[in-house]
Design a protein around this ligand. Structure first.
Ligand SMILES: Nc1nc2c(c(=O)[nH]1)N[C@H]1C(S)=C(S)[C@@H](COP(=O)(O)OP(=O)(O)OC[C@H]3O[C@@H](n4cnc5c(N)ncnc54)[C@H](O)[C@@H]3O)O[C@H]1N2
Ligand code: MOO
Length: 426
């Protein structure tokens, strides 16, 4: 949590917080949420907070690896009923995975034995050598792990195979780094949620994308709410249920212009909260606001213009959710600009871009109210206020839905085919 002196310095009216300062503040203002238990069904993509141990040997009993008979020593064998212990010279039917009966020394595969009319089992003449050797076709207990072994170390990002391993080791719940719940409150009476909007109306750009982006930023969607623009509605929305069940983060969209922020500020003040950040020297997205309530929950106010909102979300929401989720701060990568970008006095320009052979190319159709440039892009560039010439380095960050910058491109079909012919692709 930030000390009041730090905030006072940052919120000083003559100090316009830079884009880089704003990212840092959004990271440093939040402490990681504590770890907690989660069921296997909800653990995918979580970071394991405690080692997963083998609760018992894996497998926990010796079993048959084949369909056939459990046998004792060399044949022929007298067949007995399945599921009970065997005496010397006895055998009983067993299926793959079946519990090896006490006294059994091996499993004889179905295709290696034959049963005579008088109930005796014998080895077929064509059976492979060694079929009756001790331990043959028996999967011993503890072959995969011994009770107490670390199967998955703390810190692992859980994938589907980890969940399966935890399940076969007898776990129902895992201790994971908790993820912040993020609710979305959307404002704007001109916003419609279906069909083609009439003049004066706009089709909602946030409902469809925010609940998809929140998990990509490490959060859990905590519900969407649409409100009008009265103070009472703002207050009720920011208060959440008001019974301690408030989500760790509430994102609001729209209403960051003067009249709207008045409601934002008044509601935050009424709930005993404080503004951590009031505007950022960036374009678009400069009216973004970040506040903290006394219970440590955060409210992030995004501007209504769709691209401005998404770039403000990446500037402030991405580091905030990273801090709450105990993940490292994501540094921008300096890459060579593939084009001249004009100066924007006093403001960092955030532009959706594409990376082609290590050069970044700014998107067209990247006005504050447009989505076309972002939909084309695979990253965004933060051009300093003085602009950038082609060939100059500019900070670049991935979009929440693209791979980290520097990740090799997927192998092409041609390179895979070449690899099959010549060894392994370079
Ligand atoms: N006099 C001034 N006017 C404006 C300023 C300024 O400094 N002085 N700043 C401009 C900038 S920059 C931005 S950004 C916006 C901020 O607007 P608000 O956050 O108050 O948002 P609204 O006024 O509610 O909406 C702005 C714009 O966005 C559209 N919108 C809203 N919600 C949605 C949605 N769910 N889906 C799609 N589009 C949405 C809304 O219809 C407006 O067109 O203020 C500028 N004005
Ligand atoms: O800064 Mo506004 O956020 O341009 O669109």
């Amino acid at each position: 949590m930030l000390a009041q002196e730090e905030l006072t310095a940052v919120l000083h009216p003559h100090h316009a917080m830079t884009w880089a300062e704003a990212r840092q503040l959004a990271y440093r203002c939040a402490a990681p949420l504590p770890p907690g238990p989660t069921s296997l069904g909800t653990a995918i993509g979580c970071t394991l907070a405690r080692d997963v141990l083998a609760r018992q040997d894996l497998p926990h009993y010796a079993s048959s690896a084949m369909d056939g008979w459990a046998i004792t020593g060399e044949g022929p064998w007298a067949l007995t009923g399945p599921g009970r212990g065997l005496a010397a010279g006895e055998a009983s039917v067993i299926a793959t995975g079946g519990l090896i009966p006490a006294g059994a020394t091996a499993v004889l595969r179905k295709e290696s034995g034959q049963v005579s009319g008088d109930g005796y089992l014998s080895l077929r003449p064509e059976a492979k050598p060694g079929e009756t050797l001790p331990g043959r076709h028996i999967r011993p207990a503890g072959e995969e792990a011994t009770a107490g072994d670390i199967l998955i170390p703390a810190g692992t990002l859980l994938n589907p195979a980890h969940l399966a391993l935890a399940a076969v080791a007898g776990h129902d719940q895992l201790q994971v780094q908790r993820k912040p719940r993020v609710a979305v409150v959307m404002t704007g009476s001109e916003v419609v949620t279906s069909g083609e909007p009439a003049p004066g109306q706009v089709r909602d750009a946030f409902g469809p994308q925010l609940d998809a982006v929140i998990p990509q930023l490490g959060g859990v969607p905590g519900g969407q709410l649409r409100i009008g623009d009265s103070y009472g509605e703002w207050l009720a929305a920011l208060d959440g249920a008001g019974d301690g069940k408030r989500p760790e983060v509430t994102i609001t969209t729209g209403g960051t212009g003067k009249s709207g922020t008045d409601h934002f500020r008044a509601a935050v003040a009424a709930l005993g909260g404080r503004l951590l950040l009031d505007g950022v020297a960036m374009r678009p997205g400069h009216p973004a606001v970040l506040a903290e309530l006394p219970d440590g929950h955060f409210i992030l106010g995004l501007p209504g213009n769709p691209l401005a909102a998404m770039l403000a979300l990446m500037t402030l929401g991405e580091p905030l959710l990273a801090a709450l989720g105990n993940r490292p701060f994501q540094e921008a990568t300096p890459l060579l600009s593939g084009a001249d970008v004009e100066a924007s006095p006093g403001k960092t320009r955030l532009i959706p871009c594409r990376i082609v052979h290590g050069l970044v190319f700014p998107a067209d159709h990247a006005g504050p109210g447009m989505m076309r440039g972002l939909a084309w892009a695979d990253a965004y560039m933060a051009v300093p206020p003085e602009g950038a010439s082609a060939g100059e380095r500019v900070p670049v960050l991935p979009l929440p839905w693209t791979a980290p910058i520097g990740t090799p491109a997927p192998l092409s079909t041609e390179s895979l085919q070449r690899g099959r012919q010549t060894g392994w692709p370079a």
